[in-house]
Design a protein around this ligand. Structure first.
Ligand code: PMP
Length: 408
């Protein structure tokens, strides 16, 4: 009989080889969280540059107070799904806050952003319909469309002309078409040319647009409503999916829309019906933090300054950065081995970034993925850049501080 796990053998071998000795990402434990930007990891004060805590709201005093109060009043969990016994007044209030925040008629809260994508994408389109998704979309989008009965077409990342070509081929097919993109892409930090996508959408009949704003909520737009707000195309985006796990500083997911029949999703999204709803403390924190996101212009400005500083500092060292400055700054390492050594070197010196390896990355890149927080100070970012310089130099990726040398 074949070993149940035999098909994972190549992956296990690769993992064993990459992480034979020394630390690996799964062994990292934060024994103490000191602030939004620092934690103790292995007895060392470490600067966190991979949290996705873009606005630094995880310790917002207003949210902490509301969460404590809700915890005491409502207990540690709802112990049920929204449909069974898991809708508390707080869930309805949070949905009202979301409707107000986005100015939409409908809002639906899920237990995570992953479940929001899974739930919405698996149910929205039927067997005669088509989902056209950007090739670089998140795993939850891939899983959502896989579970859908619609026909799935991938278009080239951020390529409106490629989308146009594919929609043109479907023009005489009667089904609905759903375009799926993200605002800011999670791995490389690049931004969708959403205006171009909207222009393509408008050329055809029965085409809808869904944007996953996981990394752009709170980050882009005057009021933090993400890429559609920043680009002035909110009326052309039919569904926005988002998460509370990044700039909102807690956990949970949602979908908002103006579509008149949207509410039926509450009955047909299995990822909504058959899973427990968010606990009261989380709901309360999300509710308060959404208000802070809306008023967070100063935090957004600070975040952008921090992003510029890190991007410029690392570029100047001669490191290859995967995209223009954005709150996600991904350094491309020559191969997985070097990426692991780089990541370990950074961690040993007190900097935590995300190690992202193929196949989880676009273009087969091996990445040291940093994400900025509005709460990072200029001094912290300078320290991070200095540590990147030292580690990159010790690995022979740059041959002398502050001199540009082509990556291997
Ligand atoms: N979409 C994107 C683009 C993401 O990056 C993530 C989280 N990494 C999610 C959805 C899922 O969000 P959550 O953490 O709330 O499950």
């Amino acid at each position: 009989m074949a070993d149940l796990f035999a098909r994972f053998a190549p992956l296990m071998a690769q993992r064993d080889q990459l992480f034979a000795e020394g630390r690996d990402p799964f062994s990292v434990q934060m024994t103490e969280v000191l602030s939004q930007t620092e934690a103790v990891i292995g007895n060392r004060r470490t600067i966190l540059v991979g949290t996705n805590n873009y606005l630094g709201l995880t310790f917002a005093p207003e949210a902490l107070a509301a969460a404590h109060e809700a915890l005491d009043a409502g207990g540690t969990g709802t112990t049920g799904s929204r449909v069974a016994n898991g809708t508390y007044a707080g869930h309805a209030e949070l949905e009202a806050t979301l409707r107000d925040f986005y100015g939409t008629k409908h809002a639906m809260v899920f237990s995570t952003g992953f479940l929001a994508n899974l739930g919405v994408l698996s149910t929205l389109m039927g067997p005669d319909d088509f989902i056209l998704m950007d090739a670089d979309c998140h795993a939850s989008i891939y899983d959502g469309v896989r579970a859908s009965s619609a026909q799935i077409i991938r278009f080239k990342h951020n390529d409106a002309a490629d989308l146009d070509k594919r929609l043109a081929r479907l023009a005489d097919k009667p089904g609905n078409k759903l375009i799926v993109i993200e605002g800011i892409y999670s791995m490389l930090g690049d931004i969708a040319p959403i205006k171009d996508f909207v222009a393509v959408k408008k050329k055809y009949e029965n085409v809808y647009l869904l944007s996953d704003e996981a990394h752009s909520l709170g980050v882009l737009g005057k009021f933090g409503r993400g890429l559609p707000e920043q680009e002035g195309v909110e009326d052309d985006v039919d569904f926005i999916v988002g998460t509370f796990s990044k700039s909102v500083g807690t956990v949970g997911g949602f979908c908002v829309s103006n579509h008149p029949q949207f509410e039926i999703l509450r009955l047909v999204c299995r990822a909504y019906v058959f899973t427990a709803s968010l606990p009261p403390a989380v709901i309360a924190a999300a509710n308060v933090n959404l208000g802070l996101v809306k008023k967070g212009g100063a935090l957004r400005a600070r975040l952008q300054r921090n992003a510029q500083q890190l991007h410029a500092g690392l570029s100047e060292l001669g490191l290859k950065i995967a995209s223009n400055a954005s709150p996600v700054v991904a350094v491309v390492a020559p191969d997985p081995q070097v990426a692991v050594a780089f990541w370990r070197g950074l961690l040993d010196a007190g900097v935590y970034v995300n190690l992202a390896l193929p196949p989880a990355t676009p273009y087969g890149y091996s990445l040291l993925r940093a994400s900025l927080c509005a709460a990072h100070t200029e001094e912290q970012i300078d320290e991070v850049i200095g540590i990147f310089r030292d580690v990159a130099t010790s690995l022979g990726l740059i041959d002398a501080p502050r001199k540009r040398v082509a990556a291997r």
